[in-house]
Design a protein around this ligand. Sequence first.
Ligand code: DGY
Length: 329
Amino acid sequence: GQRTMSSKPSVYVTRPDVDASGLELLRKSCNVSTWKEALPVPREVLLREVVGKDALYCALTDKIDVAVLDAAGSQLKCVSTISVGYEHIDVEECRKRGIRVGFTPDVLTDATAELTLALLLATNRRLFEASKQVYNGGWKSWAPMWMCGQGLKGSRVGLLGFGRIGQEIAARIFPFKPAEITYTTRTARPQEAAAVNGRHVDFDEMLRNSDFIVACCALTPETKEIFNAEAFNKMKPNCIFINTARGGVVDQKALHEALASKRILAAGLDVTTPEPLPLDDPLLKLDNVVILPHIGSADIETRKEMSRITARNILAALTGAKMEAEVSV
Ligand code: DGY
């Protein structure tokens, strides 16, 4: 792990498949080594490769825990993730060791809000279900009540989480003329909610009154499986549940049960447990669910900039400068 005064800092990158612009930034002043495949680095390789590194460029597919930090050694100064979520990093342990943690908020807010609207519209207007009929012969004729959905207009929408992404989701739902947008957070945010006439409600009220429920919160011990059987049982039978946060906020067995029994109308999921979802997962047998492979922020320019922010966070941390986006604990 020791290096001489003249040598460059060393960085290990777990994803060689990030946009090259981020890696180029790093290569200017660091020795960069990367995992070789466009798939998550195997745990044992990570534990071996991180040894002696000054910084780690990682993604949400890597678990950065005590074992990884121990393996790295005390010279590790920064863990930088190409994501806004950082539940895969033991940030408390990083804080104790003086390791700075970088992430990529803001840049992906609009892309993620956009994808959330796409899921809302795909589920409420039954886009995938209807499209299938074009190919399988189910489309016999225009029919007055065929493939009807439930519009956002006049509906009650409840958001769990009203941070950067939640606010942008609300701003995009608002023009669809819902009856009301409500949000559930620990503390009310009246100023941020004013633009959409958003009303702060408790979780129970949100569950009982919403036609659409959107999970757009961080995964924390508090939100882990907050959407459980009890929660789904409180929802209206016409409720459509959308999750663009993390699969972990849902008890997925309970969600399957709620969808299969028509206890709720439909679901749109960009995140699942696990990811990828096994091909024999029972959720894939249902007509009333749309599942996407975690593409919330997958907008080309967004992902390019995420790759650069992750690099710039490392460069700042290595020189003791202010990071563009640092997780504060
Ligand atoms: C994140 O950033 O946390 C998303 O899940 C991936 O962009």
